[in-house]
Write a protein that binds this ligand. Structure first.
Ligand code: NAG
Ligand code: NAG
Length: 437
């Protein structure tokens, strides 16, 4: 190869060859980098961070958080009482509060929780209508939720959207219910939210307003001018692109723009979450998250199987939305300032998560066993229509279990349909309960 000749030092015969060789080398480098970044950007959901972890190179630098807000040492933070550790031995845990965060693989997790609940006749706290309990404010109104099927005070499972507030949650769930949250790399999460809500439910036409201003390259327009896609008067709870993960997890909404830059406030928020949740999972490490969750909840392997749901297909979106963002440091820093709470949230809990799974014994063995079963499940559910059931034999990491076509159907059911189905089941149970009073 010409470029190889240049690299190994053999002298080119003429200046023309030299120029040709140089340009070929640059071209291949260009193609390589292009493919590399494409992969980094678009590649399978969870690889870019794994790559970032493995190669601590310049390419991955922009992905790590170097705080634009200086950490002031010795700020006095409020103390929060941590939840007691959960013993690993015992029956499966059936009371779980899952803080669903927008566009963070949480519909897939919701599907897992709904299947778990349905299988065991558990009571899920559900909105009377649609799929969100509350998205704009923290209060959970009793008249807006489906009554407990046995008329009790405390439910078993939460897996629909709320703005997380421990005081509100404690009205519906026992303190012993395990609290789980999830976060995702903020740039991916924001772009996913931007595209998803642009094509589905654009409140106040905020995203269209920004789109119209940055028609040629809305992605870049957004990263450089997120405020153009935002209605400031409406506030962060009416938007999905202003630190939405932190909003979902209960960050104080008043004086939001000012609070973003208030180190004490953000750090206090993170410490509060650390104390409130038994685990904060990471969507970028989805399978690892499921294994950690299963260990904490002492769940059988069957309970955490999944087929992805609610992944934006972007079919309706025009090609400008498919542009690769130019991740230069100015664009990134600009967006990090806008999304400051979410970036700190993410890196804080990513760090805790990675340390935590590193301490787990035989974690990768279990992960591999899970992934192997997952492949059989995918094949059975999606490509092997003839077989009636899939029998998974007992192994080191699993009891024997059988998967039916119904299981497949539930695993691929859309969020609105599944929520509606569970709602109807619970409403029936509630009516029966009233009749027997
Ligand atoms: C759930 O409830 C149904 C109907 O009441 C009942 O037939 C079934 O056995 C229950 N399942 C479990 C696991 O309790
Ligand atoms: C930052 O937040 C803390 C805690 O809420 C507050 O006491 C402080 O006055 C805030 N600082 C600024 C500069 O607003």
């Amino acid at each position: 190869m010409v470029s190889l000749g240049l690299l190994t030092g053999s002298s080119p015969k003429s200046p023309v060859t030299a120029v040709f060789a140089l340009s070929t080398a640059l071209l291949s480098l260009g193609i390589f980098l292009h493919i590399y970044f494409l992969h980094l950007w678009q590649g399978p959901e969870y690889t870019s961070y794994e790559m970032a972890q493995r190669h601590n190179t310049q390419h991955t630098k922009p992905m790590t958080w170097n705080s634009t807000i200086q950490v002031i040492p010795q700020i006095q933070l409020e103390e929060f009482t941590k939840r007691p550790p959960i013993p690993r031995q015992g029956p499966e845990i059936r009371q779980v509060v899952f803080a669903k965060v927008h566009k963070a693989a949480s519909s897939t997790l919701q599907n897992i929780f709904l299947r778990f609940a349905l299988d065991r006749n558990l009571s899920v706290l559900l909105p009377k209508q649609l799929t969100s309990i509350r998205e704009e404010s923290k209060e959970i109104l009793p008249q807006k939720v489906v009554p407990h099927p046995e008329g009790k005070m405390f439910y078993d499972i939460l897996c629909n959207h709320v703005l997380y507030d421990e005081q509100e949650i404690s009205k519906y769930f026992k303190d012993t219910a395990v609290r789980i949250a999830i976060v995702r790399e903020p740039l991916k999460q924001s772009l996913s939210a931007l595209k998803y809500f642009f094509s589905s439910w654009d409140k106040f036409q905020a995203l269209h307003k920004g789109f119209n201003k940055h028609k040629k390259d809305p992605i870049h327009g957004f990263l450089n001018n997120p405020q153009d896609f935002y209605v400031r008067e409406a506030g962060p709870s009416h938007s999905y692109i202003n630190n939405r993960m932190s909003v979902d997890l209960g960050f104080e909404l008043t004086d939001f723009e000012k609070s973003k830059r208030n180190e004490t406030k953000v750090k206090t928020f993170l410490h509060r979450l650390e104390a409130q949740f038994d685990a904060v999972l990471v969507a970028d490490y989805f399978d690892q998250s499921l294994i950690l969750m299963r260990r904490i909840l002492r769940w059988p392997m069957k309970a955490i199987l999944y087929l992805k749901v609610n992944v934006g297909t972007l079919k309706k979106l025009s090609s400008v939305w498919h542009k690769q963002p130019n991740l230069n440091s100015q664009t990134l820093n600009n967006f990090r300032k806008w999304d400051a709470i979410d970036f700190q949230l993410y890196h804080h809990f990513l760090d805790i998560f990675l340390k935590r799974i590193n301490k787990e014994l035989l974690f990768n063995e279990e992960l591999n066993a899970f992934r192997s079963i997952q492949m059989d499940v995918k094949y059975f559910c999606m490509y092997n229509a003839k077989a009636k059931t899939l029998d998974v034999p007992k192994g080191q990491w699993t009891d024997a279990f059988t998967l039916s076509r119904t299981d497949c159907k539930l695993m691929t059911m859309s969020e609105p349909n599944f929520v509606e189905m569970v709602r109807q089941t619970q409403t029936k149970r509630y009516e029966e309960f009233k009749r027997n009073l």
